[in-house]
Design a protein around this ligand. Structure first.
Ligand SMILES: [Zn+2]
Length: 261
């Protein structure tokens, strides 16, 4: 494979496995129709199959702006901390320990596959008083563009994995991977009792900036009632862990930390 093809493949994989946002895009822009910078499909690179591969099902277009009804504020003066893409055996326990030390609660937007693989971590999140948020079965950034039946079954499967681990834990929220919401999935999530949780502060920690950059971005953008998006899984999160050691006590002191409501 040519180096260029390899790097394209690597980029494709990175984009697939990490991140709630698109590279270099603000949350608002993340909801814009996909452009050349949207995640490239690695399929043609990995397997330039000579045989005909069946066409992918048509995706509905993304709306030009985020649909109505998304929660982008905590609903109180306190700041809501949200951690996405886990649970992860390396990082989720670190964040849980930090939250416990600070005496605060956060929201974990878990991926169904991860919840199935690490049920003890899901149970621990719930047991320690944190909130659970459905973040789709396998972090499908195009989930909102699929058919209503596909959206519903993805969310149900993820809920089942969470409830298999933590039977009594309420699943309060749904967060669309990449923030690529559609009105249809907001409606479907609502029918399932899941409220759509967006964010207002995105330090893009999935892109592995140094801890001091994550701290600067979060500190600069956070206000009373902010919802901060960070990641406790999906790649090397050492910088996020380091940033949180400063951010969690600092945000608590300045604004208070609250669960979104
Ligand atoms: Zn995510």
């Amino acid at each position: 494979m040519r180096p260029r093809a390899l790097s394209a493949l690597a980029l494709g994989l990175v984009l697939l496995v990490t991140g709630c946002g698109d590279p270099g895009k603000s949350p608002e822009k993340a909801a814009a129709p996909p452009s050349a910078s949207a995640s490239p499909s690695p399929a043609p690179v990995t397997k330039p199959s000579p045989t005909h591969t069946p066409a992918k099902p048509k995706l509905r277009p993304l709306p030009k702006k985020l649909p109505a009804g998304l929660h982008r504020a905590s609903g109180s003066k306190g700041v809501a901390l949200t951690f996405d893409d886990g649970p992860d055996p390396r990082y989720t326990p670190q964040i849980l320990a930090q939250l416990r030390t600070a005496g605060v609660k956060a929201t974990f937007c878990v991926v169904g596959k991860q919840a199935k693989r690490y049920p003890e971590l899901v149970a621990r999140i719930a047991r320690e008083g944190h909130q659970l948020c459905n973040h789709s079965w396998h972090h499908d950034v195009n989930l909102g563009r699929r058919s209503p039946a596909e959206i519903r079954s993805d969310l149900e499967r993820t809920n089942q994995a969470i409830h298999a681990a933590a039977p009594k834990a309420p699943i309060t929220w749904f967060r669309q991977p990449g923030g690529r919401w559609t009105a249809e999935e907001v409606t479907i999530a609502g029918q399932m009792g899941l409220r759509p949780l967006h964010w207002s502060v995105d330090p893009q920690d999935w892109d592995h900036p140094p801890a001091k950059t994550i701290i600067k971005r979060v500190t600069g953008a956070t206000r009373h009632g902010s919802v901060v998006l960070m990641h406790d899984a999906g790649g090397d999160r050492a910088q996020t862990m380091a940033a949180c050691r400063h951010l969690i006590p600092d945000i608590k002191r300045r604004y208070g930390i609250a669960l979104p409501r």
